[in-house]
Design a protein around this ligand. Structure first.
Ligand code: HEC
Length: 101
């Protein structure tokens, strides 16, 4: 039990640092954590999208932005690894304001 907990904390920390790195190298400039930039803020995204939706959007912005209701797709497809995709998805979701679903 104790090991599970340590492992869990370890993975969460790992995701947090990786996610932040992915954010700074690929997303920053177009997205900010809490302010709207060229694209919506992570706080806004985390509030209205699920984990699967975020993953889908980052993997295929052209196809998914239409589904999300954007008329024009301005987000480019970024070739990021599956590992980084998981990290950035968790990072975005960590901005979900407390108490909101
Ligand atoms: C060149 C600018 C640019 C970059 C770089 C970029 N985005 Fe975007 N992103 C946008 C824009 C603009 C939109 C609005 C939809 C569109 O135009 O396609 C968007 C939309 C999104 C959405 C969906 C928003 C919604 O309505 O829920 C997600 C999720 C997202 N971006 C995540 C990311 C992540 C994660 C990265 C980095 C790995 C990233 N974006 C990099 C510009 C960018």
């Amino acid at each position: 039990m104790r090991y599970t907990l340590i492992f869990l904390i370890f993975t969460i920390t790992l995701f947090a640092t990786n996610g932040e790195m992915v954010f700074k190298s690929y997303c920053w400039g177009c997205h900010h954590q809490s302010a709207t930039a060229f694209g919506p803020s992570f706080e806004e995204i985390a509030t209205k999208r699920s984990r699967e939706e975020i993953r889908a959007m980052v993997s295929d912005p052209e196809g998914v932005s239409k589904v999300f209701g954007y008329k024009r797709n301005a987000m480019p497809k970024l070739n990021i690894s599956d590992e980084n995709l998981t990290a950035i998805t968790e990072y975005i979701l960590s901005f979900k304001p407390k108490g909101k679903k």
